[in-house]
Design a protein around this ligand. Structure first.
Ligand code: BG6
Ligand code: MG
Length: 215
Protein backbone atom coordinates (compact mmCIF):
# COMPACT_ATOMS: atom_id res chain seq x y z
CA UNK A 1 0.00 0.00 0.00
CA UNK A 2 1.40 3.39 -0.98
CA UNK A 3 0.55 6.32 1.28
CA UNK A 4 3.27 8.75 0.27
CA UNK A 5 5.41 9.68 -2.72
CA UNK A 6 8.87 11.17 -2.20
CA UNK A 7 10.21 13.06 -5.21
CA UNK A 8 13.84 13.66 -6.02
CA UNK A 9 14.18 17.30 -7.14
CA UNK A 10 17.01 17.73 -9.70
CA UNK A 11 16.06 15.88 -12.88
CA UNK A 12 12.59 14.84 -11.64
CA UNK A 13 10.77 18.07 -10.72
CA UNK A 14 13.09 20.50 -12.49
CA UNK A 15 15.93 20.17 -14.96
CA UNK A 16 18.99 21.68 -13.29
CA UNK A 17 21.47 19.20 -14.79
CA UNK A 18 22.83 21.62 -17.37
CA UNK A 19 23.40 24.29 -14.70
CA UNK A 20 25.30 21.80 -12.51
CA UNK A 21 27.35 20.74 -15.55
CA UNK A 22 28.25 24.30 -16.55
CA UNK A 23 29.20 25.21 -12.97
CA UNK A 24 31.50 22.18 -12.57
CA UNK A 25 32.94 22.90 -16.06
CA UNK A 26 33.72 26.48 -14.97
CA UNK A 27 35.55 25.25 -11.86
CA UNK A 28 37.40 22.48 -13.75
CA UNK A 29 38.61 24.83 -16.46
CA UNK A 30 39.88 27.26 -13.85
CA UNK A 31 41.90 24.39 -12.33
CA UNK A 32 42.85 22.82 -15.65
CA UNK A 33 41.14 19.55 -14.79
CA UNK A 34 39.69 17.38 -17.55
CA UNK A 35 35.90 17.26 -17.20
CA UNK A 36 33.25 16.19 -19.68
CA UNK A 37 29.65 15.01 -19.87
CA UNK A 38 30.53 11.38 -19.21
CA UNK A 39 32.16 12.37 -15.91
CA UNK A 40 29.23 14.70 -15.22
CA UNK A 41 26.93 11.73 -15.65
CA UNK A 42 28.45 10.12 -12.56
CA UNK A 43 27.47 13.15 -10.44
CA UNK A 44 23.73 12.61 -10.72
CA UNK A 45 22.20 12.33 -7.24
CA UNK A 46 25.62 12.59 -5.60
CA UNK A 47 26.39 15.30 -3.00
CA UNK A 48 28.49 18.38 -3.81
CA UNK A 49 31.65 17.21 -2.01
CA UNK A 50 31.40 13.66 -3.33
CA UNK A 51 30.93 15.10 -6.82
CA UNK A 52 34.09 17.16 -6.35
CA UNK A 53 36.01 14.02 -5.34
CA UNK A 54 34.90 12.30 -8.54
CA UNK A 55 36.06 15.30 -10.61
CA UNK A 56 39.40 15.41 -8.78
CA UNK A 57 40.18 11.84 -9.91
CA UNK A 58 41.48 13.61 -13.07
CA UNK A 59 43.44 16.31 -11.21
CA UNK A 60 47.19 16.51 -11.65
CA UNK A 61 47.81 17.63 -8.08
CA UNK A 62 46.59 16.66 -4.63
CA UNK A 63 44.28 19.23 -3.05
CA UNK A 64 44.12 19.97 0.68
CA UNK A 65 40.78 19.90 2.46
CA UNK A 66 40.81 23.70 2.59
CA UNK A 67 41.41 23.93 -1.17
CA UNK A 68 38.62 21.42 -1.83
CA UNK A 69 36.18 23.52 0.20
CA UNK A 70 37.17 26.55 -1.92
CA UNK A 71 36.66 24.62 -5.18
CA UNK A 72 33.20 23.47 -4.06
CA UNK A 73 32.42 27.09 -3.18
CA UNK A 74 33.50 28.31 -6.63
CA UNK A 75 31.20 25.74 -8.22
CA UNK A 76 28.31 26.56 -5.93
CA UNK A 77 28.62 30.35 -6.39
CA UNK A 78 28.47 29.88 -10.16
CA UNK A 79 25.56 27.43 -9.82
CA UNK A 80 23.51 29.62 -7.47
CA UNK A 81 24.04 32.60 -9.80
CA UNK A 82 22.68 30.54 -12.70
CA UNK A 83 19.65 29.50 -10.62
CA UNK A 84 18.50 33.12 -10.90
CA UNK A 85 17.43 32.15 -14.43
CA UNK A 86 15.00 29.44 -13.40
CA UNK A 87 11.28 29.88 -12.81
CA UNK A 88 7.98 27.96 -13.01
CA UNK A 89 8.54 27.33 -16.72
CA UNK A 90 11.43 25.02 -15.79
CA UNK A 91 9.14 22.54 -14.01
CA UNK A 92 9.40 19.32 -16.04
CA UNK A 93 6.42 18.18 -18.17
CA UNK A 94 3.73 16.23 -16.32
CA UNK A 95 4.92 17.15 -12.82
CA UNK A 96 2.10 19.55 -11.91
CA UNK A 97 -0.51 17.09 -13.15
CA UNK A 98 1.03 14.27 -11.08
CA UNK A 99 1.22 16.39 -7.91
CA UNK A 100 -2.37 17.48 -8.24
CA UNK A 101 -3.66 13.91 -8.92
CA UNK A 102 -1.79 12.53 -5.89
CA UNK A 103 -3.03 15.28 -3.61
CA UNK A 104 -6.64 14.94 -4.67
CA UNK A 105 -6.40 11.22 -3.85
CA UNK A 106 -5.05 11.85 -0.35
CA UNK A 107 -1.47 10.74 -1.07
CA UNK A 108 1.17 12.63 0.91
CA UNK A 109 4.02 14.16 -1.10
CA UNK A 110 7.55 15.12 -0.11
CA UNK A 111 10.92 16.07 -1.54
CA UNK A 112 14.01 13.92 -0.92
CA UNK A 113 17.00 15.67 -2.51
CA UNK A 114 20.78 15.53 -1.96
CA UNK A 115 20.97 19.22 -2.81
CA UNK A 116 21.68 21.88 -0.23
CA UNK A 117 20.02 24.31 -2.66
CA UNK A 118 16.70 22.41 -2.75
CA UNK A 119 14.67 25.04 -0.85
CA UNK A 120 16.10 27.84 -2.98
CA UNK A 121 15.10 25.97 -6.15
CA UNK A 122 11.61 25.13 -4.85
CA UNK A 123 11.09 28.80 -4.03
CA UNK A 124 12.24 29.86 -7.51
CA UNK A 125 9.79 27.48 -9.19
CA UNK A 126 7.10 28.38 -6.62
CA UNK A 127 6.44 24.80 -5.47
CA UNK A 128 7.54 24.99 -1.81
CA UNK A 129 3.97 25.00 -0.47
CA UNK A 130 2.95 21.94 -2.47
CA UNK A 131 5.04 19.53 -0.37
CA UNK A 132 4.15 18.34 3.11
CA UNK A 133 7.80 17.64 3.88
CA UNK A 134 11.16 18.61 2.45
CA UNK A 135 14.27 16.54 3.23
CA UNK A 136 17.45 17.80 1.57
CA UNK A 137 21.23 17.90 1.72
CA UNK A 138 21.10 20.04 4.86
CA UNK A 139 19.34 17.24 6.79
CA UNK A 140 21.82 14.43 6.19
CA UNK A 141 25.46 13.34 6.47
CA UNK A 142 25.39 10.51 3.94
CA UNK A 143 23.97 11.27 0.52
CA UNK A 144 22.43 8.83 -1.99
CA UNK A 145 22.96 5.86 -2.44
CA UNK A 146 22.65 5.97 1.37
CA UNK A 147 18.96 5.85 2.33
CA UNK A 148 19.17 8.76 4.81
CA UNK A 149 17.41 11.55 2.91
CA UNK A 150 14.40 9.35 2.14
CA UNK A 151 14.20 8.06 5.71
CA UNK A 152 14.22 11.66 6.97
CA UNK A 153 11.41 12.49 4.53
CA UNK A 154 9.35 9.50 5.78
CA UNK A 155 9.83 10.58 9.40
CA UNK A 156 8.80 14.16 8.55
CA UNK A 157 5.67 12.81 6.82
CA UNK A 158 4.93 10.34 9.62
CA UNK A 159 4.62 7.46 7.13
CA UNK A 160 6.31 4.06 7.39
CA UNK A 161 9.08 3.60 4.75
CA UNK A 162 7.34 0.45 3.44
CA UNK A 163 4.41 2.67 2.39
CA UNK A 164 6.55 5.21 0.51
CA UNK A 165 7.37 5.31 -3.19
CA UNK A 166 10.40 7.27 -4.39
CA UNK A 167 10.61 8.92 -7.83
CA UNK A 168 14.19 9.16 -9.10
CA UNK A 169 16.22 9.96 -12.21
CA UNK A 170 19.50 8.68 -10.71
CA UNK A 171 20.58 5.07 -10.22
CA UNK A 172 22.10 6.14 -6.88
CA UNK A 173 18.65 7.41 -5.90
CA UNK A 174 16.89 4.13 -6.72
CA UNK A 175 19.55 2.31 -4.70
CA UNK A 176 18.90 4.69 -1.80
CA UNK A 177 15.14 4.10 -2.04
CA UNK A 178 15.58 0.32 -1.93
CA UNK A 179 17.97 0.60 1.02
CA UNK A 180 15.30 2.66 2.78
CA UNK A 181 12.81 -0.18 2.23
CA UNK A 182 10.71 1.88 -0.20
CA UNK A 183 9.40 1.36 -3.72
CA UNK A 184 11.59 2.83 -6.49
CA UNK A 185 9.99 4.51 -9.52
CA UNK A 186 12.60 5.26 -12.18
CA UNK A 187 12.46 7.97 -14.83
CA UNK A 188 15.18 9.11 -17.26
CA UNK A 189 18.66 7.82 -16.52
CA UNK A 190 17.50 5.74 -13.52
CA UNK A 191 15.69 3.39 -15.91
CA UNK A 192 19.08 1.65 -16.26
CA UNK A 193 18.76 0.53 -12.64
CA UNK A 194 18.25 -3.19 -12.05
CA UNK A 195 16.61 -2.42 -8.72
CA UNK A 196 13.74 -0.16 -9.79
CA UNK A 197 10.24 -1.51 -9.07
CA UNK A 198 8.76 0.61 -11.85
CA UNK A 199 10.29 2.24 -14.94
CA UNK A 200 8.46 4.94 -16.86
CA UNK A 201 8.94 6.93 -20.06
CA UNK A 202 6.51 9.51 -18.75
CA UNK A 203 6.19 10.61 -15.11
CA UNK A 204 2.40 10.65 -15.53
CA UNK A 205 2.49 6.81 -15.42
CA UNK A 206 3.07 7.34 -11.70
CA UNK A 207 -0.57 8.28 -11.17
CA UNK A 208 -1.88 4.81 -12.10
CA UNK A 209 0.91 3.00 -10.26
CA UNK A 210 0.09 4.82 -7.03
CA UNK A 211 -3.69 4.70 -7.35
CA UNK A 212 -3.58 0.95 -8.05
CA UNK A 213 -1.58 0.45 -4.86
CA UNK A 214 -3.52 2.55 -2.39
CA UNK A 215 -5.66 -0.31 -1.06
C1 BG6 B 1 21.58 16.39 -6.57
C2 BG6 B 1 22.15 16.47 -7.96
O1 BG6 B 1 20.21 16.58 -6.59
O2 BG6 B 1 22.18 17.38 -5.73
C3 BG6 B 1 23.66 16.37 -7.92
O3 BG6 B 1 21.63 15.42 -8.75
C4 BG6 B 1 24.22 17.46 -6.99
O4 BG6 B 1 24.18 16.52 -9.22
C5 BG6 B 1 23.60 17.30 -5.61
O5 BG6 B 1 25.64 17.33 -6.89
C6 BG6 B 1 24.08 18.34 -4.62
O6 BG6 B 1 23.64 19.61 -5.02
P1 BG6 B 1 24.03 20.99 -4.34
O7 BG6 B 1 22.99 21.94 -4.88
O8 BG6 B 1 23.94 20.81 -2.86
O9 BG6 B 1 25.41 21.31 -4.77
MG1 MG C 1 18.03 13.66 -9.62
Amino acid sequence: MIKAVIFDLDGVIVSTDEYHYKAWKFMSEKENIEFDRSINHRLRGVSRMESLHIILEKAKKVYTTEEKVKLAQIKNDYYVESLKNINESDILPGVLEVLSALKSNGIKIAIGSSSRNAKLILNRIKLTDQFEAIADGTDIKNSKPAPDVFLVAAVKLGIDPSECLVVEDAEAGIKAAKRAGMFGFAVGDAKKSQEADYKAEDIKELINVVLNNVK
